[in-house]
Write a protein that binds this ligand. Structure first.
Ligand code: ADP
Ligand code: MG
Length: 261
Protein backbone atom coordinates (compact mmCIF):
# COMPACT_ATOMS: atom_id res chain seq x y z
CA UNK A 1 0.00 0.00 0.00
CA UNK A 2 1.22 3.46 -0.90
CA UNK A 3 2.51 5.90 1.66
CA UNK A 4 0.53 9.10 1.16
CA UNK A 5 2.41 12.31 1.85
CA UNK A 6 0.99 15.81 1.59
CA UNK A 7 3.48 18.50 0.64
CA UNK A 8 2.07 21.51 2.42
CA UNK A 9 2.83 24.98 3.70
CA UNK A 10 0.24 27.74 3.47
CA UNK A 11 2.95 30.13 2.30
CA UNK A 12 3.20 30.41 -1.47
CA UNK A 13 6.46 30.14 -3.36
CA UNK A 14 8.34 28.02 -0.81
CA UNK A 15 9.01 25.06 -3.11
CA UNK A 16 6.00 22.77 -2.58
CA UNK A 17 5.38 22.12 -6.26
CA UNK A 18 9.07 21.88 -7.12
CA UNK A 19 9.44 19.31 -4.34
CA UNK A 20 6.35 17.33 -5.36
CA UNK A 21 7.57 17.05 -8.95
CA UNK A 22 11.23 16.37 -8.29
CA UNK A 23 10.99 14.25 -5.16
CA UNK A 24 8.38 12.23 -7.06
CA UNK A 25 10.71 11.83 -10.03
CA UNK A 26 13.64 10.91 -7.78
CA UNK A 27 11.62 8.27 -5.94
CA UNK A 28 10.52 6.85 -9.31
CA UNK A 29 14.14 6.77 -10.45
CA UNK A 30 14.96 4.72 -7.34
CA UNK A 31 12.38 2.14 -8.38
CA UNK A 32 9.27 3.31 -6.54
CA UNK A 33 5.88 3.59 -8.22
CA UNK A 34 4.86 7.20 -7.63
CA UNK A 35 1.65 9.14 -8.14
CA UNK A 36 1.80 12.93 -7.94
CA UNK A 37 -1.61 14.40 -7.14
CA UNK A 38 -1.90 18.01 -8.21
CA UNK A 39 -4.25 19.46 -5.61
CA UNK A 40 -3.63 23.16 -6.29
CA UNK A 41 -6.05 25.03 -8.58
CA UNK A 42 -3.06 26.90 -9.97
CA UNK A 43 -2.09 23.52 -11.46
CA UNK A 44 1.63 24.23 -11.46
CA UNK A 45 2.54 20.57 -10.94
CA UNK A 46 0.37 19.67 -13.93
CA UNK A 47 2.05 22.17 -16.25
CA UNK A 48 5.45 21.46 -14.71
CA UNK A 49 5.00 17.83 -15.67
CA UNK A 50 4.11 18.76 -19.22
CA UNK A 51 0.31 18.57 -19.09
CA UNK A 52 -2.11 21.29 -20.04
CA UNK A 53 -4.17 22.60 -17.10
CA UNK A 54 -6.63 24.28 -19.47
CA UNK A 55 -7.80 21.06 -21.07
CA UNK A 56 -11.28 19.63 -20.72
CA UNK A 57 -10.14 16.08 -19.95
CA UNK A 58 -11.23 14.82 -16.53
CA UNK A 59 -8.99 16.00 -13.71
CA UNK A 60 -8.70 15.59 -9.95
CA UNK A 61 -11.63 18.03 -9.76
CA UNK A 62 -14.06 15.62 -11.48
CA UNK A 63 -12.72 12.74 -9.38
CA UNK A 64 -13.21 14.73 -6.18
CA UNK A 65 -16.83 15.46 -7.09
CA UNK A 66 -17.43 11.78 -7.92
CA UNK A 67 -18.04 12.36 -11.60
CA UNK A 68 -15.29 9.92 -12.63
CA UNK A 69 -13.13 7.40 -10.77
CA UNK A 70 -9.64 8.66 -9.91
CA UNK A 71 -8.15 5.91 -12.06
CA UNK A 72 -9.70 7.55 -15.12
CA UNK A 73 -7.86 10.83 -14.59
CA UNK A 74 -4.36 9.46 -13.89
CA UNK A 75 -1.90 9.89 -16.77
CA UNK A 76 1.50 8.23 -17.21
CA UNK A 77 4.55 10.46 -17.75
CA UNK A 78 7.80 10.15 -19.69
CA UNK A 79 9.70 8.89 -16.64
CA UNK A 80 8.96 5.24 -15.89
CA UNK A 81 6.91 4.60 -12.74
CA UNK A 82 5.87 8.28 -12.45
CA UNK A 83 2.20 9.17 -12.92
CA UNK A 84 0.12 12.31 -12.43
CA UNK A 85 -3.42 13.03 -11.32
CA UNK A 86 -3.66 16.43 -13.02
CA UNK A 87 -5.45 19.50 -11.74
CA UNK A 88 -7.43 21.95 -13.81
CA UNK A 89 -8.09 25.60 -13.11
CA UNK A 90 -11.71 24.75 -12.29
CA UNK A 91 -10.45 22.99 -9.12
CA UNK A 92 -10.65 26.49 -7.57
CA UNK A 93 -14.43 25.99 -7.42
CA UNK A 94 -14.09 22.85 -5.30
CA UNK A 95 -13.07 24.90 -2.26
CA UNK A 96 -16.67 26.21 -2.22
CA UNK A 97 -18.51 23.29 -3.84
CA UNK A 98 -17.23 20.80 -1.28
CA UNK A 99 -18.69 22.78 1.61
CA UNK A 100 -22.21 21.44 1.12
CA UNK A 101 -21.19 17.82 0.63
CA UNK A 102 -21.29 14.98 3.12
CA UNK A 103 -17.93 14.15 4.74
CA UNK A 104 -16.43 17.04 2.83
CA UNK A 105 -13.02 16.73 4.53
CA UNK A 106 -12.70 13.07 3.61
CA UNK A 107 -13.38 13.07 -0.11
CA UNK A 108 -9.76 12.84 -1.24
CA UNK A 109 -9.06 10.06 1.25
CA UNK A 110 -12.03 8.11 -0.10
CA UNK A 111 -11.22 8.51 -3.80
CA UNK A 112 -7.54 7.61 -3.24
CA UNK A 113 -8.31 4.34 -1.50
CA UNK A 114 -8.90 2.21 -4.64
CA UNK A 115 -5.58 3.20 -6.24
CA UNK A 116 -3.28 2.90 -3.19
CA UNK A 117 -2.31 -0.67 -4.08
CA UNK A 118 -0.84 0.45 -7.40
CA UNK A 119 1.77 2.83 -5.90
CA UNK A 120 4.55 2.99 -3.34
CA UNK A 121 4.20 6.75 -2.87
CA UNK A 122 1.39 9.23 -3.42
CA UNK A 123 2.60 12.83 -3.15
CA UNK A 124 -0.10 15.49 -2.85
CA UNK A 125 0.93 18.99 -3.96
CA UNK A 126 -1.18 21.33 -1.81
CA UNK A 127 -2.37 24.87 -2.52
CA UNK A 128 -0.92 27.81 -0.56
CA UNK A 129 -3.73 27.98 2.00
CA UNK A 130 -5.18 26.01 4.89
CA UNK A 131 -8.60 25.76 3.23
CA UNK A 132 -10.72 22.73 2.51
CA UNK A 133 -8.43 21.34 -0.20
CA UNK A 134 -5.45 21.30 2.15
CA UNK A 135 -7.64 19.85 4.91
CA UNK A 136 -8.65 17.07 2.48
CA UNK A 137 -4.99 16.42 1.68
CA UNK A 138 -4.00 16.26 5.37
CA UNK A 139 -6.95 13.99 6.11
CA UNK A 140 -5.92 11.64 3.30
CA UNK A 141 -2.23 11.62 4.22
CA UNK A 142 -0.08 9.40 6.42
CA UNK A 143 2.34 12.26 6.75
CA UNK A 144 3.16 15.82 5.83
CA UNK A 145 6.33 17.12 4.24
CA UNK A 146 6.88 20.83 4.86
CA UNK A 147 9.09 22.79 2.47
CA UNK A 148 10.66 25.81 4.16
CA UNK A 149 12.30 28.47 2.06
CA UNK A 150 15.70 29.65 3.31
CA UNK A 151 14.55 33.26 3.41
CA UNK A 152 13.69 36.02 5.84
CA UNK A 153 10.66 35.07 8.00
CA UNK A 154 10.97 31.40 7.07
CA UNK A 155 9.46 30.29 10.38
CA UNK A 156 6.56 32.70 10.16
CA UNK A 157 3.32 30.78 9.64
CA UNK A 158 4.79 27.45 10.71
CA UNK A 159 3.13 27.78 14.12
CA UNK A 160 -0.25 28.08 12.45
CA UNK A 161 0.53 25.10 10.23
CA UNK A 162 1.49 22.98 13.26
CA UNK A 163 -1.74 23.98 15.02
CA UNK A 164 -3.71 22.95 11.92
CA UNK A 165 -1.91 19.59 11.89
CA UNK A 166 -2.85 19.11 15.56
CA UNK A 167 -6.49 19.94 14.81
CA UNK A 168 -6.60 17.46 11.94
CA UNK A 169 -5.01 14.83 14.16
CA UNK A 170 -7.57 15.41 16.90
CA UNK A 171 -10.59 15.48 14.64
CA UNK A 172 -10.04 13.78 11.31
CA UNK A 173 -6.80 11.82 11.00
CA UNK A 174 -5.18 10.60 14.24
CA UNK A 175 -2.26 8.97 12.40
CA UNK A 176 -1.08 12.12 10.60
CA UNK A 177 2.58 12.75 11.37
CA UNK A 178 5.20 15.26 10.29
CA UNK A 179 7.54 13.33 8.01
CA UNK A 180 10.02 16.15 7.80
CA UNK A 181 10.87 19.73 6.92
CA UNK A 182 12.72 20.34 3.67
CA UNK A 183 14.92 23.44 3.45
CA UNK A 184 14.61 24.87 -0.06
CA UNK A 185 16.17 27.56 -2.25
CA UNK A 186 19.35 27.72 -0.19
CA UNK A 187 21.71 30.37 -1.48
CA UNK A 188 25.22 29.68 -0.15
CA UNK A 189 26.31 33.24 -0.96
CA UNK A 190 24.16 34.82 1.73
CA UNK A 191 24.65 34.73 5.48
CA UNK A 192 20.91 34.96 5.89
CA UNK A 193 20.31 31.58 4.25
CA UNK A 194 22.71 29.87 6.66
CA UNK A 195 21.09 31.67 9.61
CA UNK A 196 17.69 30.38 8.51
CA UNK A 197 19.02 26.83 8.20
CA UNK A 198 20.47 27.07 11.73
CA UNK A 199 17.29 28.54 13.15
CA UNK A 200 15.00 25.94 11.57
CA UNK A 201 17.28 23.13 12.78
CA UNK A 202 17.32 24.63 16.28
CA UNK A 203 13.52 24.67 16.36
CA UNK A 204 12.74 21.37 14.68
CA UNK A 205 15.87 19.27 15.25
CA UNK A 206 15.87 15.84 13.66
CA UNK A 207 12.60 16.53 11.84
CA UNK A 208 14.59 18.61 9.36
CA UNK A 209 16.07 16.64 6.48
CA UNK A 210 19.87 16.78 6.20
CA UNK A 211 19.54 17.48 2.47
CA UNK A 212 19.22 21.17 1.70
CA UNK A 213 17.87 22.06 -1.74
CA UNK A 214 20.05 24.74 -3.38
CA UNK A 215 18.65 27.69 -5.27
CA UNK A 216 19.56 27.00 -8.89
CA UNK A 217 18.43 28.45 -12.19
CA UNK A 218 18.07 24.96 -13.68
CA UNK A 219 15.44 24.05 -11.09
CA UNK A 220 13.39 27.12 -11.96
CA UNK A 221 13.73 26.49 -15.71
CA UNK A 222 12.68 22.85 -15.75
CA UNK A 223 8.89 23.45 -15.32
CA UNK A 224 8.70 25.56 -18.47
CA UNK A 225 9.96 22.48 -20.34
CA UNK A 226 7.37 20.32 -18.63
CA UNK A 227 10.06 18.12 -17.12
CA UNK A 228 11.35 17.15 -13.70
CA UNK A 229 14.94 18.27 -13.12
CA UNK A 230 16.03 14.62 -13.27
CA UNK A 231 14.98 14.63 -16.90
CA UNK A 232 15.77 18.22 -17.83
CA UNK A 233 19.31 18.21 -16.42
CA UNK A 234 19.97 14.87 -14.78
CA UNK A 235 23.40 15.72 -13.40
CA UNK A 236 22.69 19.22 -12.13
CA UNK A 237 23.02 20.17 -8.47
CA UNK A 238 19.25 20.41 -8.20
CA UNK A 239 18.79 16.87 -9.51
CA UNK A 240 21.42 15.55 -7.10
CA UNK A 241 19.76 17.35 -4.20
CA UNK A 242 16.36 15.80 -4.91
CA UNK A 243 17.99 12.36 -5.30
CA UNK A 244 19.60 12.85 -1.92
CA UNK A 245 16.26 13.90 -0.40
CA UNK A 246 14.58 10.80 -1.88
CA UNK A 247 17.35 8.64 -0.40
CA UNK A 248 16.80 10.15 3.04
CA UNK A 249 13.06 9.72 2.83
CA UNK A 250 13.42 6.08 1.79
CA UNK A 251 15.83 5.50 4.69
CA UNK A 252 13.42 7.11 7.17
CA UNK A 253 10.53 5.03 5.85
CA UNK A 254 12.56 1.81 5.98
CA UNK A 255 13.55 2.73 9.52
CA UNK A 256 9.87 3.00 10.48
CA UNK A 257 9.12 -0.35 8.86
CA UNK A 258 12.04 -1.93 10.69
CA UNK A 259 10.75 -0.47 13.93
CA UNK A 260 7.37 -2.08 13.59
CA UNK A 261 8.51 -5.42 12.17
P1 ADP B 1 5.10 26.65 -4.15
O1 ADP B 1 4.54 25.44 -4.81
O2 ADP B 1 5.34 26.47 -2.68
O3 ADP B 1 4.29 27.87 -4.42
P2 ADP B 1 7.18 26.48 -6.16
O4 ADP B 1 7.76 25.11 -6.05
O5 ADP B 1 6.21 26.73 -7.26
O6 ADP B 1 6.56 26.92 -4.75
O7 ADP B 1 8.40 27.50 -6.25
C1 ADP B 1 8.19 28.89 -6.40
C2 ADP B 1 9.07 29.43 -7.50
O8 ADP B 1 10.44 29.24 -7.16
C3 ADP B 1 8.89 28.70 -8.82
O9 ADP B 1 9.06 29.63 -9.87
C4 ADP B 1 10.00 27.68 -8.84
O10 ADP B 1 10.41 27.34 -10.16
C5 ADP B 1 11.08 28.40 -8.09
N1 ADP B 1 11.93 27.47 -7.34
C6 ADP B 1 11.53 26.49 -6.49
N2 ADP B 1 12.58 25.87 -5.95
C7 ADP B 1 13.69 26.45 -6.48
C8 ADP B 1 15.10 26.25 -6.31
N3 ADP B 1 15.57 25.32 -5.48
N4 ADP B 1 15.94 27.03 -7.03
C9 ADP B 1 15.46 27.99 -7.86
N5 ADP B 1 14.16 28.22 -8.05
C10 ADP B 1 13.27 27.48 -7.37
MG1 MG C 1 2.73 25.22 -5.83
Amino acid sequence: MARVYAIANQKGGVGKTTTAINLGAALAEQGCRVLVVDFDPQANATSGLGRNPHQEAPSIYEALLDQVPLEAVIVPLALPRLALAPAALRLAGAEVELVGLLAREQRLRRILRPVLGAYDYVLIDCPPSLGLLTVNALTAADGILIPVQCEYLALEGLGQLIRTIDLIRDNLNPSLRIVGLVLTMFDARTNLAQQVVDEVRRHFGALVFETVIPRTVRLSEAPSFGQPILQYDAHSRGAQAYRSLAGELLARDRGREGGTA
